[in-house]
Design a protein around this ligand. Structure first.
Ligand code: GAP
Length: 444
């Protein structure tokens, strides 16, 4: 019934997101805000599933505390972390058309891709942090910055967190939250945004265990991507060269995904050593060492960090799941997301309006029982209703037909194979739960 999948273009993904209400351009009615997006109902559900899967996976690794830090950070924080000095990209302008580029994105020996002239300004460093002021005073002591990563709020709170929780090294502190970067050229939709969300875990361990722990994290993170259903031949680890390492990293592996625009970073796994804690100890004058009961002494733990963008993973899941095939002679678009990632878990259709009452009662009953996102749809032909659900990745559709009142059964139709079977109404809830719990294998 199906022909091989196609690789979606960025335009197809953007169009699907808009058409089905996953993602909207922010402030669209005012012309849009470049690099900033809003998420609709399905987008929010998908994001929630991403966050939940990530939290589950990092909790499986070991003892993890959760944290939610502030978005505004004082200048002192970013001075100590090195972001004020180092967190910049090279910027260049075309002197002729004034178009602005990231200097490492273009070839300065060639002409401006926008106007065709070849007159460049000098390359200068542009700090990516958004700056603001706290309160009405204009003194520079009130300067604050929107955080460019969530990690620093964890490091500066390590003493508070440790004195109020009973954890021993090794342990992790995890945070999901917004980060902001004034990217020179936001691009590729959710890939490089100015406002985005990060999921970061800072894992604190002894230095002598850190290399083995780094390796363990690398394999745990690959397991995570396998588990959420990504096609593993599109995933690889890339070890940073010395030149690629961030100012805080001793070593770093990127988890890369093969997008239509090339192999790109999806997640960074960094060995941060004691860089952050020693910087904040020095700059604040507070000892951020952790007391070890066994050794009866205090030391700065080594940090392994795993950091991935919710939005970048969202885009990756859509690229990976987007499939076109032919069903009954017609092209269909189907998102082959794993059932745990699918925004809507099941859809309920009465065959005609006549079956509205019993099917709507069943829908409300199952929705209440399972507490999962589901949809009821009674408009258009059954074929059209299937297509709508296929396009948003709903794994199961249940139809109540003319026979249902007699045999107390409904038809369940599977998204990827389009096969159908008849099951008893009492088994519907269990069927959905089993589908969510069974390992996912993408079927072409
Ligand atoms: N704390 C380490 C850190 O922030 P990073 O490699 O700069 O490291 C981590 O960012 C992850 O955050 C990236 O792998 C990516 O998934 C996401 N990310 C970074 N910048 C982004 C942007 N402008 N738009 C969307 N996601 C971004």
């Amino acid at each position: 019934m199906s022909t091989p999948n196609t690789t979606a273009t960025l335009e197809e993904i953007v169009a699907l997101c808009k058409r089905r209400g996953f993602v909207y351009q922010s402030a669209e009615i005012y012309g849009g805000l470049n690099g900033v997006y809003d998420f609709g109902h399905l987008g929010t559900l998908l994001k929630n599933n991403i966050r939940a899967a990530w939290l589950k996976s990092i909790n499986e690794f070991g003892d993890v505390l959760q944290f939610e830090g502030s978005i505004l950070g004082s200048e002192a924080v970013w001075q100590a972390s090195g972001h004020l000095t180092n967190f910049s990209d090279p910027l260049v302008d075309c002197m002729s058309c004034k178009h602005r580029y990231r200097a490492d994105d273009i070839d300065l020996d060639k002409s401006c891709p926008h106007c065709g002239n070849k007159q460049w300004t000098d390359v200068r460093q542009f700090n990516l942090m958004f700056k603001s002021q706290l309160g009405a005073a204009t003194s520079s002591t009130n300067d604050v910055y929107l955080r460019p990563e969530t990690a620093q709020s964890i490091f500066i709170n390590v003493k508070n967190i440790l004195s109020t929780n009973r954890v021993k090294i090794p342990f992790g502190i995890a945070q999901i939250g917004k980060a902001f970067r004034n990217e020179i050229t936001p691009k590729q939709f959710l890939f490089r945004m100015r406002e985005f969300e990060q999921m970061e875990i800072e894992w604190f361990c002894k230095d002598e265990d850190s290399l083995a722990t780094f390796e363990r994290w690398c394999s745990a993170r690959l397991d995570f991507y396998r588990h959420i259903g990504l096609t593993m031949h599109n995933i690889r680890l890339h070890a940073h060269t010395k030149e690629e390492l961030a100012h805080y990293s001793r070593m770093c592996n990127d988890v890369q995904y093969q997008f239509p625009f090339g192999w790109k970073e999806l997640e960074g796994i960094a060995h941060r050593g004691t860089f952050d804690l020693s910087q904040h100890s020095q700059h604040s004058g507070k000892d951020l060492g952790v007391f070890d009961e066994e050794l009866k002494s205090s030391y700065l733990p080594t940090v392994i960090e795993c950091s991935v963008g919710v939005d970048r993973l969202f885009l990756t899941l859509l690229f990976d799941a987007y499939t076109e095939d032919i069903v009954e002679g017609e092209k269909r678009i189907v998102l082959k997301l794993s059932p745990t990632m699918a925004p809507i878990k099941a859809a309920f259709f009465p065959l005609t309006k006549k079956q509205h009452e019993p099917m709507s009662a069943l829908y409300h009953d199952i929705k209440k029982k399972l507490g999962l996102a589901m949809q009821y749809d009674d408009s258009g032909s059954i074929g059209k209703r299937y297509r709508r659900q296929d396009e948003i990745g709903t794994p199961l559709c249940f139809t109540y037909d003319y026979d249902s009142a007699n045999d107390n059964a409904v038809t369940v139709r599977h998204r990827d194979t389009t096969t159908q079977e008849r099951i008893a109404v009492e088994r519907v809830a269990e069927y959905i739960v089993d589908t969510l719990n069974s390992p996912f294998q993408k079927i072409y």
